[in-house]
Design a protein around this ligand. Structure first.
Ligand SMILES: [Zn+2]
Length: 431
């Protein structure tokens, strides 16, 4: 190689390096110009390793995280768009563990995504619409979180009387026959009901109300065979929470149900909430069984907090809330897997706050979870509950590039979860 060629080569390499490593560092809205993105100098919160990697570079190629490392050789990615995120924190995209979206405008999905929600678990609604919407999101026609939904099963008293069930049943189905709003009792063909739920595109079965312990364990066993999850209300009356846990469902919902006295029925309503249930021996035994049976807990603190706030007796309601939060704290300290879900609507307009932020704040400030564990609940734990933790739920190589860049560390203060610079879903920046 003569001197001139060498000089040209050196110059060329140098210019490639400076070109490819020059980065966007302003805080304005970023428009994506390349299929390869590099987030430079990121502080990555790894929710699986439970550690923060400081000042690393994340290479996103297409939909996936290609590489995470320090002192990355930019020349290997000459066409990459580089964004400097120095001093900022990268966390996985959030997963809303308890949503109901069928009554919401489509724009709610887009707003939720911009606020960091990359997937959600819908806990009962019109399954026909949910299936169509899920496919539209997957095709990129609707911009929003990925949708995973449940097929609801209930007894006669629920299915024939609940107006929400009527609303979710299209005219071509008799009440109780739609696969996602289904009547089940001890005489039902349970294996067919489970197959229908699977066929309608549901990820899990939701056991809601007026079901016996026997029906619950038969449905759960059948769902396992069809690779469907089983999600239950904590009390499915007449089945008790102990019986629901004994059936080894995947998760139970609603912390307020933990305050119900033994022998409670729906007729007693929430007036029967009993503060003495908090931290009782019975409750500790229940949490122990949840750990042993691998049953997760979806406490839905935001909706339950709001429900208790409507009680007129001020001191009574504060004591009740305290008991509820401390129940969740006890469950957490005893090692029960905690999900983060709100049972609240997604934001309708940009200025609405995301209920999931508040859920995380309550999990930390009232149920005394560490910010990292609360963050795990809203990411990798919820991903596990949906069976998608090999694809999303953490910022790791080869996973889908779903992440949030935050301007401040959520592990220092969980309120920082709302300080979003930008969101990435499937390798694309969401604006
Ligand atoms: Zn719900």
């Amino acid at each position: 190689m003569d001197r001139r060629t060498r000089t040209i080569l050196v110059l060329l390499t140098f210019s490639l390096l400076t070109l490819s490593c020059s980065s966007v560092s302003d805080d304005e809205v970023i428009s994506q110009t390349s299929n390869v993105l590099i987030l430079r100098n990121a502080n990555v919160i790894d929710v699986i390793a439970r550690e923060v990697s400081e000042g690393v570079d994340i290479v996103i190629s297409g939909e996936s995280i290609h590489e995470i490392g320090s002192d990355l050789n930019c020349a290997r990615y000459p066409s990459a768009q580089v964004i400097d995120v120095e001093g900022q924190y990268v966390i996985p995209g959030l997963i809303e563990g308890h949503a109901h979206i069928t009554q919401l405008p489509e724009q709610s999905l887009t707003i939720a995504l911009r606020k960091g929600v990359v997937a959600l678990r819908d806990m009962a609604g019109d399954g026909y619409y949910l299936r169509v919407l899920k496919a539209a999101v997957n095709r990129g026609e609707v911009i929003g979180p990925d949708i995973y939904f449940s097929a609801l099963l209930g007894g006669q008293e629920l299915i024939m009387k609940d107006t929400r069930v009527k609303l979710s049943t299209p005219p071509e189905y008799d009440l109780g026959e739609a696969p996602w709003a289904r009547l089940v009792d001890s005489n039902s063909d349970i294996s067919q009901i489970v197959l229908d739920a699977k066929d309608c595109g549901a990820t899990g079965i939701k056991l809601y109300a007026y079901l016996s312990a026997d029906v619950i364990s038969r449905v759960t066993a059948e769902a396992r065979r069809s690779d469907l999850k089983v999600w239950a209300h904590a009390v499915v009356y007449p089945a008790t929470v102990e019986e629901v846990v004994a059936a080894r469902v995947d998760a139970i919902s609603h912390s307020s149900f933990l305050l119900l006295p033994e022998g409670w029925s729906y007729k007693d309503g929430s007036r029967a909430l009993d503060i003495s249930n908090y931290d009782s021996l019975g409750q500790r035994r229940l949490f122990q069984h949840m750990v042993e049976n691998d049953v997760a807990f979806d406490p839905t603190l935001v909706v339950n907090d709001q429900m208790l706030s409507s009680m007129t007796d001020r001191s009574g309601r504060e004591a009740m809330k305290e008991a509820m939060f401390r129940s969740v704290q006890t469950a957490y300290e005893m090692g029960v897997t905690i999900m983060a879900g709100t049972d609240m609507p997604l934001p309708r307009v940009e200025n609405d706050t995301l209920a999931l932020y508040r859920e995380l704040v309550l999990l930390v400030t009232r149920a005394k979870m560490t910010p990292l564990d609360a963050l795990r609940s809203a990411t990798i734990i919820n991903a596990q509950m949906l069976g998608i933790d090999d694809v999303i739920g953490s910022v790791n190589e080869n996973k889908r590039a779903d992440m949030i860049v935050l301007r401040a560390n959520p592990l220092d203060d969980i309120h920082n979860i709302a300080k979003i610079r930008f969101v990435i879903k499937g390798g694309r920046i969401v604006n």
